[in-house]
Ligand binder design. Structure first.
Ligand code: SF4
Length: 360
């Protein structure tokens, strides 16, 4: 298969669905970790097409959504540093922190600039040598290598006014945290395609080994996702737990050695605060001491003040898979994409946004 249409072939989809229905005898619930999968599942109506024995639950795989209020508040406090230019991807602008958002801070005079890549942030630093330029590093293992590359580029160019507030997070420890909490009964995990392209399918071997749960790594087209569901159903029916790579056109067992090498060179692993999951050991990335001069957390030790959660927002439960967005009392009422109360309604990968857009 070479072209995207081939991964959307309705006849093949029908055959896969018929196979899943024929094979599935016991009720099972699978979690798609990735917000990209959640949106693809809703956009193509896959939940409704699956037999009633197969349920899907959305997980915490939306980097904007899992950024904790305490982290957002730190970014907001940074934006208030005189002369500082804060650069960020667009999704982060509207996300409400405890008391405000970067969009509001910008409207009130802070120099917050939306960028499309770290290259844009580097260019802003080059053009403003007299001002500190901070890039808000939000994302999983897919984004972090590009940020590491930007830091190496800044080092090579001697761009000393460029720094990164690293809020990057790692996906396997979050999956582990969800399973350890035991709040959702899961018979399998649909592994995130882009993340696994970087970290490799071997990184999910702990799921069958330690939890007895199968994992099927999936791409983002309907047939990719249906194949992963079919593989999980097959394993559940046979009582077998393995890691299956259903996205072999992109994912290798060992991942992307170049991206992993650059990650390892620039970042070290530490504890991180996740919305919904709290503090998760070994789930965040901070800059190694060799690159500490590019660490905005050290360069600007701001006090973000006390954190608070939004009254009534249930994003934490949505991210843990214990609540469907429509079960949140604010969904479609007070909380809409035009007036988001929580990040899951803001982000293009948020589960609440997917439900709002596609689910009737
Ligand atoms: Fe939060 Fe809105 Fe989702 Fe409710 S509907 S969980 S308030 S984002």
């Amino acid at each position: 298969m070479k072209y995207v249409d081939e991964f959307r072939d309705p006849e093949l989809a029908r055959r896969l669905l018929a196979g899943i229905e024929a094979r599935s005898t016991q009720p099972v619930q699978f979690m798609e970790f990735c917000g990209g999968h959640t949106h693809a599942i809703f956009r193509h109506g896959l939940r409704q097409m699956l037999p009633p024995t197969v349920q899907l639950r959305s997980g915490p795989g939306c980097p904007v959504c899992v950024t904790a209020n305490s982290e957002l508040d730190r970014a907001l406090a940074l934006a208030q540093v005189p002369d500082l230019i804060l650069t960020t991807f667009g999704d982060m602008l509207k996300v409400p922190g405890s008391y405000s958002s970067l969009q509001t801070a910008k409207a009130e005079g802070a120099d917050v600039r939306m960028v499309y890549s770290t290259l844009d942030a580097l260019e802003i630093a080059r053009r403003n040598p007299e001002r500190p330029v901070v890039f808000l590093g939000v994302g999983f293992e897919t984004t972090a290598p590009t940020v590491a590359a930007a830091i190496l580029q800044a080092e090579g160019e001697g761009l000393d006014n460029f720094s990164v507030l690293s809020l990057h997070k790692l996906t396997p420890p979050a999956t582990r945290a969800i399973l350890d909490a035991g709040e959702v009964n899961l018979a399998g995990i649909i592994g995130p395609g882009h993340v696994t392209t970087v970290i490799g399918s071997d990184a999910w071997e702990f799921l069958p080994r330690e939890y007895g749960i199968p994992c099927a790594v999936a791409g983002f087209e309907p047939l990719d996702i249906l194949r992963s569901v079919a593989a999980l159903v097959e394993m559940a029916e046979e009582g077998r737990a393995e890691v299956t790579n259903c996205y072999s056109r992109s994912v290798r067992p060992e991942g992307n050695p170049g991206a992993l090498e650059i990650l390892e060179r620039v970042f070290e692993v530490g504890e991180a605060d996740w919305r919904g999951l709290g503090s998760v050991p070994a789930s965040g990335l901070s800059l190694r001491p060799a690159y500490s001069r590019f660490d905005a957390a050290l360069a600007f030790p701001v006090d973000p003040g006390p954190t608070r959660e939004h009254k009534g927002c249930r994003c934490g439960e949505v991210l843990r898979g214990t609540l469907e967005p429509a079960e949140c009392p604010l969904f479609r009422k007070k909380c809409t994409p035009a007036n988001p109360i929580g990040p899951c309604m803001v982000s293009g990968e948020g589960a609440c946004a997917a439900w709002f857009r596609y689910h009737r």
